[in-house]
Every structure is written in C-alpha cells, then in structure tokens.
Design a protein around this ligand. Structure first.
Ligand SMILES: [Zn+2]
Length: 124
C-alpha cells in the first residue's frame, strides 16, 4: 500500500468492501465472469448472497476465497509492479488455483465440484 489509504485503482478510500466489492476494478472482474453483486454490501455478505449459487458451504467458501484472493493479487500487481492485469488473466489464475486447491480436498465430492467450478473461469 502507498503512503495513504487510497485505492490504487480509483483513489477512493481503500477498505475491504471497496477493494473486493464496490471498486470499479473489482466490479469489472465480477461482471466479466457474469456475476453481479448489486445486493452485496460487504465481504461477509458475499457468503449470504452466494453469487455462485453454490449450496455446499465448503465449496462456496473455496470459490469466494479464490476470487477475493485473485482480486487481491491484481491489486498487489498494481501497487507493487504498476501492472494492470486484464480480467482474463485474473480468471485464468482463479481456474489454476481451484485446480491446485482441489488436491487438498479430503472429500471426493467436494474435489469433483471444485474441479467442475474451475471450468467456469474458462469463459471469464
Ligand atoms: Zn477503487
């Protein structure tokens, strides 16, 4: 982060809700994967709104953490390397992470679901 608490993308105050939900940069990514967060007010709210409509709580958490993690990496690319990542790049990293993380699933059915969800990011 820079010397102040401004968002690196739009100069508004950077907090969790801004970074992951309301910033135009985050919105651009969510909409590039055809998810619209109009009713989401903060990060915790993502779990209630469940934009992936994934009923399995563990799988839902994996998906949401994966997207937030990769929005965070996009933000760090901007802050530390002055790089503007394109949405396709973020989506392909989400896909790769899900495939990687699926190896850590103790439940075979969770694993199969996460591998299936990784395909969702091919269209991103
Ligand atoms: Zn912003």
């Amino acid at each position: 982060m820079g010397a102040d608490d401004r968002c690196p993308f739009c100069t508004e105050k950077e907090d969790c809700s801004h970074l992951f939900i309301s910033c135009g940069r985050a919105r651009s990514f969510w909409s590039s994967i055809n998810l619209y967060l109009a009713s989401v007010t903060d990060v915790e709210n993502l779990w209630i709104v469940n934009p992936f409509s994934e009923p399995n709580q563990r799988v839902r958490t994996t998906l949401l953490i994966c997207v937030c993690w990769n929005i965070w990496k996009c933000r760090n690319a901007k802050v530390f390397r002055s790089e503007d990542e394109i949405n396709l790049h973020i989506a392909s990293r989400c896909r790769d992470d899900l495939l990687l993380w699926s190896n850590r699933c103790s439940s075979p059915s969770d694993k199969a679901k996460i591998i299936a969800w990784s395909q969702f990011f091919f269209s991103g």
